[in-house]
Design a protein around this ligand. Structure first.
Ligand code: SAM
Length: 254
């Protein structure tokens, strides 16, 4: 019982801050791909994927994740998700979709929804929540099984904090997004004030250790700006969460 509780708690901390996936490509065939995900899921590298072997965190992790985020959702994040995702349209890809807290916010203008999530346990809950409204693909955001310029909207919420290589991930999002498409984002980031940024720097390593590699001090806006024109950005706070992960940016890049 204790071992199980400790295991779930540790995995939860990893989930909260997006533990980097150890996923690697294997067993990808275009036949599998077609049968499960429709012709959408093709890689630029001539492979396609419906299942990318990543981690499976402890059973129950998804439920715990939702429970821990519940306060933050109630205190503003849910509304922010709704406001940002209202701009999604056409064929839409969400990376690191977790347990699917965004699913209810997609507007009717979204004609096709692909949710990627490398963790099998999170993906299990995600599939339940998404039902028939979306295709769920277990994939790393830095190696998406999608063709170049094949989606109209890309969504990333609270994912770029921990992907192992944010620059490579953002470059991958650029690759799959069609010219003129939108990247919609909500990310926790480096604080805008020197004092808060110093506190983040001080706590970054211990936080990364307890939170499975999450960086609370990433300058994600700069990373996005290297590949995208960030047309809209607003700063918010992730209320109900520890101060070092409260600074949020939300907006659109093209
Ligand atoms: C904090 S959760 C956010 C979940 C969801 N996007 C949300 O807004 O609630 C971070 C998610 O990113 C996923 N993740 C971690 N590393 C990833 C990677 N390299 N590629 C894609 N997703 C990743 C995790 O499995 C986790 O579900």
């Amino acid at each position: 019982m204790w071992a199980r509780t400790v295991g779930i708690t540790a995995t939860w901390l990893q989930r909260i801050c997006c533990l980097p996936t150890a996923a690697s490509a294997a067993c990808w065939t275009s036949a599998d791909c077609r049968s499960v995900t429709r012709p959408l899921i093709y890689t630029a590298r001539g492979r396609c994927s419906t299942r990318l072997p990543g981690r499976r965190s402890a059973r129950g992790t998804g439920a715990l994740y939702d429970l821990v985020l519940a306060l933050g959702e109630r205190r503003g994040l849910r509304a922010l998700r709704g406001a940002v995702l209202a701009r999604a349209s056409g064929r839409t890809l969400e990376i690191g979709a977790g347990t699917g807290l965004n699913v209810a916010h997609y507007p009717d203008a979204v004609t096709e929804l692909v949710l990627t999530e490398p963790d099998a346990e999170m993906a299990r809950r995600l599939r339940r929540r998404a039902g028939a409204t979306a295709v769920v693909v277990e994939a790393d955001a830095a190696a998406l099984p999608l063709a170049d310029a094949s989606v109209d909207t890309v969504v990333s919420t609270m994912v770029l904090c921990t992907v192992p290589d944010p620059a490579a991930t953002v470059a991958e999002l650029r690759r799959v997004l069609r010219p003129g498409g939108s990247l919609l984002f909500i990310e926790h980031v480096r604080a805008g004030t020197p004092r808060a940024a110093r506190a983040q720097r001080r706590w970054a390593r211990p936080w990364a250790i307890v939170a499975g590699g999450c960086r609370c001090d990433r300058d994600t806006l700069a990373t996005l700006g290297a590949h995208f024109d960030v047309t809209d950005v607003a700063r918010h706070r992730w209320r109900g969460m520890p101060a070092i992960v409260q600074p949020l940016i939300a907006g659109r890049a093209a």
